[in-house]
Design a protein around this ligand. Structure first.
Ligand SMILES: Cc1cc2nc3c(=O)[nH]c(=O)nc-3n(C[C@H](O)[C@H](O)[C@H](O)COP(=O)(O)O)c2cc1C
Length: 326
């Protein structure tokens, strides 16, 4: 069995974490990941304080295993953060702070309420800032990832971050969908992986079945870094682009962002309606390049088992078979 420091720190069997994702993580998915020996995390941006509270209850009804709650710092709301602190999850996870926000103002209350602090960063300087503010785990997010991302690919980013924040454990996020990815992440010095896209294409994920099929059908070459989804939703992220499928919605506004800004209110409503209807052409579909590695919808348990078995085989059989005595 693959066992790393993150397993001890979070009290989990496998070093595999579900990234908290705005509209794509609800109690059944979070609990399924934790019950399968990974670490489930709930994203909070689709909730308000009351619905977040009941979603946390729903996780606890489904699992006694550890889980985390994720907040996007640039838009964190005091009442929702208070719900997280009261719930005392194993991990308070954060991402996307504005540069003028003081991370310790969020990390310290999390620690005071018995949580470990996980912070996701796409740049070494941000990882260092989080380490200095007291984070317990750093997530190195490469630009291959789905959702909002920076510019650095995980292959160079992870070793740089591991060195910069040592001895803190680092998780690799972005592009991981199978055991090859986990083995590679460990080789780069990470203590585990954090996945979004692979868990979206599971039976337990709360997204429309058409969106799951869009991930399965994607060859991974059809995503693009764009501001178009954020212009439509009128939410400005601090320094992030969104990795989304280059579908009809993106194509129709590319190069006409100024016009989108003019009509954002109306277009935002159309995109939300398309999402609810499972309209893959006119909704904004965020997923990572690793969609090219995903060719079926599985259960969460299968995803985790398959990753672990494949990574173990690589480490035990393939890699040692390459060694020759000089
Ligand atoms: C639809 C979607 C929504 C996301 N929402 C969040 C979020 O609310 N907070 C966060 O920290 N990360 C969010 N992420 C990023 C994930 O935490 C993670 O970094 C990413 O999915 C990893 O790359 P992968 O998709 O290739 O596995 C989101 C990703 C996706 C695809």
């Amino acid at each position: 069995m693959i066992h790393t420091r993150i397993c001890d720190l979070l009290g989990i069997r496998h070093p595999i974490v579900l990234g908290g994702m705005g509209t794509a993580t609800t109690a059944p998915l979070v609990a399924a990941v934790s019950n399968a020996g990974g670490f489930g995390t709930l994203g909070t941006s689709a909730f308000n304080a009351a619905t977040l509270d009941s979603e946390i209850d729903a996780i606890r009804e489904r699992t006694e295993q550890p889980f985390g709650i994720n907040h996007l710092l640039f838009q964190i709301q005091a009442d929702m953060f208070a719900v997280t602190l009261r719930a005392r999850p194993t991990v308070a996870a954060f991402a996307w702070a504005r540069k003028d926000q003081k991370l310790r103002e969020y990390f310290q209350p999390a620690h005071d309420n018995g949580c470990k602090v996980m912070h996701m960063a796409g740049e070494v300087a941000e990882a260092r800032r989080a380490a200095e503010a007291g984070a317990d785990v750093i997530v190195a997010q490469g630009t291959e990832a789905g959702g909002h991302v920076g510019w650095m690919a995980s292959l160079p980013l992870v070793p740089m971050m591991v060195k910069a924040v040592a001895p803190l454990p680092v998780l690799l996020a972005g592009g991981i969908a199978d055991g090859r990815g986990l083995a590679a992440a460990l080789a780069l010095g990470a203590d585990g992986v954090l996945l979004g896209t692979r868990f979206m294409a599971t039976a337990e994920a709360p997204i429309h079945p058409n969106f799951k099929q869009a991930i399965v059908k994607s060859d991974g070459h059809d995503t693009v870094l764009t501001e178009i989804p954020d212009l439509a939703s009128q939410r400005v992220w601090p320094g992030a682009m969104s990795r989304a499928q280059r579908n009809q919605f993106i194509e129709s506004w590319a190069g006409r962002e100024w016009a989108l800004r003019q009509h954002a209110g109306e277009i935002g409503k159309q995109v939300a309606a398309a999402r609810a209807a499972g309209d893959v052409d006119n909704a904004s579909l965020s997923f990572g390049q690793d969609a090219g590695l995903i060719d079926s919808i599985k259960s969460v348990k299968e995803v985790i088992q398959d990753i672990v078995v494949e990574a173990e085989e690589i480490i035990k059989i393939r890699l040692p078979s390459l060694l020759r005595s000089a």
